[in-house]
Design a protein around this ligand. Structure first.
Ligand SMILES: Cc1cc2nc3c(=O)[nH]c(=O)nc-3n(C[C@H](O)[C@H](O)[C@H](O)COP(=O)(O)OP(=O)(O)OC[C@H]3O[C@@H](n4cnc5c(N)ncnc54)[C@H](O)[C@@H]3O)c2cc1C
Ligand code: FES
Length: 508
């Protein structure tokens, strides 16, 4: 985690309007039934539901609660999946797509039930969702998707002439009733309360350095303390203990968000998505003073392969201004999503392990995938059958998504070219305060960052996951790996997996 304990420099509307509780770091060896690594929605939902089953649970996180992607989300709770049901049917069959639809709808219901049971004040509201096509695109894809929705059990989905917006005409759209939205960090705070009331414990600022399966399983922290457990759940957004298997089946993308002030009552409370590539996603939220903020996301790119956030935020702003009564921009942030090659998350036993479980590959549906992880992993750990297990099995091969799988892995392989290219600057003297660049030094590459006070931080540019060369992300002030999305702060501390270790010192 970075100096501020967050996964980047920018601040989301949730971090600006919700404070999560502080907890101490782990300072002794302990034994428990289940050790969950990661205090985002996947880890905390799993921990909470296991505690409800009477299991002794310990959660470790190296940042604050929700300091990963859960604090950077836009928190649409929806069963209208990013990868579309007609595609999911092709990749997972009608039964698989039906289980996906059922599980996401069940996840929204479970979030609502937990909020009711634990009396969590997190602005949860049922809202309707609308999916519309680009102005020049045919509505055929909407008709195709509506038919698929009906086949997988979402029988209430209908085709409308336009979404209920006064400010612009979306044209034809699909209507998904009974979706939802909430404030994700306030929800996590409620989960922590429910977990701790049942005897669970949360340790923050505690980096898991080593995760070993077996009987018993063990997590060793950066300070050398050991958690001994029957079971470990790795809920670190992307698994930090798996070196290769899962990382060939999912890819890391950066995605960008602006929060725009709009007049109260000028935009209805709905979820809105288009079919652009990358697509836009829109909802309303409350700003710090309770004012209406239109949250617009999109403009994704592969992690570590572009550094043009300003342009992306500007395009989101103009997209929003063309369609909504935007007064000013109050928030701008970015985050990372893991895109599975075949559209569904990987939730279950880590391939080859019998006591380590993972939850990853959320796509843009991580609020519900994280909740499905909580439900499914709890069932698997307590030994209860769950019909969703097969469709989310982390060992599955993306056989019907081979084209995407191959294309993405060729893209990853191509990143190793960075080993033979020159540096981005000839000398560190060319680096301005507040920016970073890669410098070649003999056979090695150095990641050099000049702090605002002019001091220089030099690190090895070799990603500690599988050795690609990192690239500077100037908007978040991080070093991002173009291969599988590991990220490091400017002092080399790991922010996002799959890397588990910090960048090394600069090599001569
Ligand atoms: C901009 C944006 C918009 C999105 N919009 C939506 C949306 O509208 N709807 C939706 O459903 N999903 C959305 N998503 C996706 C969703 O936010 C994520 O998939 C979800 O939050 C991931 O939750 P998680 O618990 O798996 O991971 P995280 O929230 O990232 O939690 C992982 C935790 O693990 C910790 N960690 C990592 N490594 C270690 C280690 N070695 N030791 C200790 N701790 C460690 C991190 O500090 C972090 O707190 C969006 C994502 C982004 C970025
Ligand atoms: S994330 Fe895999 S090599 Fe960097």
């Amino acid at each position: 985690m970075s100096l501020n304990g967050e996964a980047g420099l920018t601040t989301s509307i949730w971090t600006a309007t919700g404070e999560t509780p502080a907890r101490p770091g782990l300072d002794a060896d302990i034994t428990t039934d289940v050790c969950v690594v990661g205090a985002g929605i996947a880890g905390l939902t799993t921990a909470y539901l296991l505690a409800c089953e009477g299991r002794k649970v310990v959660v470790l996180d190296d940042g604050p609660i929700g300091g990963g992607e859960t604090g950077r989300t836009t928190a649409h709770l929806t069963s209208a999946l990013d990868d579309r049901y007609h595609e999911l049917e092709r990749m997972h069959g009608e039964v698989g797509a039906r289980l996906a639809a059922e599980s996401h709808a069940a996840a929204i219901d479970r979030i609502e039930a937990i909020i009711r049971d634990e009396a969590i004040a997190c602005d949860f509201e049922r809202v309707d969702g609308y999916l519309f096509v680009q102005p020049d695109a045919s509505t055929e894809q909407l008709i195709l998707e509506r038919e698929a929705c009906h086949r997988v059990g979402l029988s209430a989905v209908t085709l409308l002439e336009r979404a209920p917006l006064g400010s612009f005409d979306t044209g034809s759209c699909l209507h998904f009733p009974n979706q939802a939205q909430f404030h994700p960090l306030r929800y996590l705070e409620g989960l922590v309360g429910g977990l701790e009331r049942r005897g669970g414990r949360v340790f923050l600022g505690t980096h898991a350095d080593q995760i070993e399966g077996g009987t018993p399983a063990r997590v060793t922290t950066a300070l050398g303390h050991v958690v001994t457990a029957q079971t470990i759940v790795v809920a670190t957004n992307t698994p930090v203990q798996d070196i290769v298997t899962i990382h060939t089946k999912q890819m890391a993308y950066r995605t960008f968000v602006v929060g725009a002030n709009v007049p109260a009552g000028s935009v209805p409370k709905i979820l809105l998505w288009d079919t652009a590539d990358p697509y836009h996603y829109v909802r309303l939220a409350k700003g710090a003073d309770g004012s209406a903020v239109l949250v617009v996301g999109g403009e994704d790119h592969k992690a570590g392969q572009e550094d043009d956030a300003e342009e992306r935020w500007a395009r989101l702003e103009s997209w929003a201004r063309e369609r909504f009564p935007v007064e000013s921009i109050a928030y701008r942030w970015s985050g990372q999503v893991m895109e599975p090659a075949d559209g569904l998350a990987f939730i279950g036993l880590n391939p080859g392990d019998d006591s380590v479980y993972v939850a990853t590959g959320d796509s843009g549906n991580g609020m519900t995938h994280g909740t499905i992880a909580g439900i499914l992993l709890t069932d698997l750990i307590v030994g209860r059958e769950n019909a969703w297990a097969k469709v989310y099995d982390p060992s599955r091969l993306p056989l019907r998504a081979l084209a995407k799988y191959t294309q993405e892995n060729l893209n990853t392989a191509a990143q190793f070219k960075d080993w033979v290219t020159p540096g981005e600057v000839d000398s560190v003297s060319e680096i301005e305060p507040g920016s970073g660049a890669i410098v070649r030094r003999g056979v090695a590459k150095v990641a050099a960052f000049r702090d605002d006070d002019g001091s220089l931080v030099e690190l090895s540019a070799t990603c500690t996951h599988l050795g690609c060369i990192v690239h500077f992300n100037s908007s978040e002030r991080s070093w991002d790996c173009p291969c599988h999305g590991s990220r490091f702060d400017v002092y080399g501390r790991v922010l996002n997996g799959p890397a588990i270790s910090n960048l090394g010192p600069a090599e001569e």
